[in-house]
Write a protein that binds this ligand. Structure first.
Ligand code: SF4
Length: 292
């Protein structure tokens, strides 16, 4: 068996770039998709029409109050940086009105999401042949993502994702030795409070509304897991694999929820709980008022 290769020489984590920068975009995600009035969006909106809350300078007029105003779906959506990249590449006066941009946007978003996973995979301690496969697919995906709107629109994104899914499955298996496989498990509303789910393969699992309070999800594979409304308060997701911002933002958490280093805590979860440090013991005492 080929020995695992340390991740010390892994490429710099590109995931910092794979995030939406609305200040460099043109409001593509507020114009191009259609919305149906639901718990996620307070209004109906046809594809190609600007949201009523989009300002003339392509900013959200209710950004600070999206959840309170009935638009939690907008806090969950993430283009993985595809929007600002496409606006720069297309170089047209009104990107939101350009049919080529409209066709290319969902494709580039999928490619950027895939690059998020592949970048994470490249940093894992994997056997050398597997790492080489990850590097190869990363290069090919980067090449596709670098195309202009017409080239992007011609990409068969579903086929690219299918091939990547197979590779990421093998990456997951190599990175979670001994982990139980619960792929695509129906765990909707499951009570998993305090459960030991370390290194579990929960890829594609339905965890909608699951009670995961205090659960130990360290090293679990959560690629594509549906975490909408899942209660992650106090859960530990340190080192969880293939977790994304949209998944986290769709779940419920609190200051005690621990996330992988690449992910920020959603604002609606509240501040992180302070890290507890042990007080040095006083010589001859037990510390605190009881020991005085
Ligand atoms: S509510 Fe704001 S973020 Fe959501 S679609 Fe409208 S303008 Fe965009």
């Amino acid at each position: 068996m080929t020995p695992p290769v340390p991740a010390a020489d892994a490429p710099a984590d590109r995931r910092r770039e794979l995030r939406a920068d609305c200040s460099a975009c043109a409001g593509l995600c507020c114009v191009l998709p259609a919305f149906a009035a639901s718990a996620d969006f307070a209004i109906d909106k046809p594809a190609g029409r600007a949201c009523v809350h989009l300002t003339p300078d392509a900013h959200c007029g209710i950004h600070a109050d999206l959840r309170q105003r009935g638009f939690p779906g907008c806090t969950v959506f993430d283009c993985f940086g595809a929007g600002q990249r496409l606006v720069q590449v297309a170089a047209v006066e009104r990107p939101v009105a350009d049919p080529g941009v409209a066709a290319a946007f969902p494709v580039l978003r999928q490619l950027h999401e895939l690059l998020w996973y592949l970048t994470e995979a490249a940093g894992l301690p994997l056997p050398a042949p597997l790492r080489a496969e990850v590097a190869d697919l990363t290069g090919r995906t980067e090449a596709l993502a670098a195309g202009g709107p017409a080239a992007l629109a011609a990409v068969d994104a579903a086929a690219v994702r299918a091939g990547a899914g197979e590779l990421l499955g093998r990456v997951s298996a190599a990175a979670r030795p001994g982990g139980r496989d619960r792929r695509d498990a129906d765990l909707v509303g499951a009570v998993l409070r305090g459960a030991d789910l370390r290194r579990h393969g929960l890829r594609g699992a339905y965890l909608i509304g699951a009670d995961l309070r205090g659960a130990d999800l360290r090293g679990a594979d959560l690629l594509g897991a549906d975490l909408r409304g899942a209660d992650l308060r106090g859960a530990d997701l340190t080192g969880a694999l293939f977790l994304t911002r949209p998944q986290v933002a769709a779940a419920r958490g609190d200051g005690a929820t621990r996330l992988p280093a690449a992910l920020e805590r959603p604002a609606h979860w509240g501040a992180a709980a302070p890290v507890r440090t042990r007080r040095p013991r006083r010589p001859g005492g037990r510390g605190g008022a009881a020991g005085r």
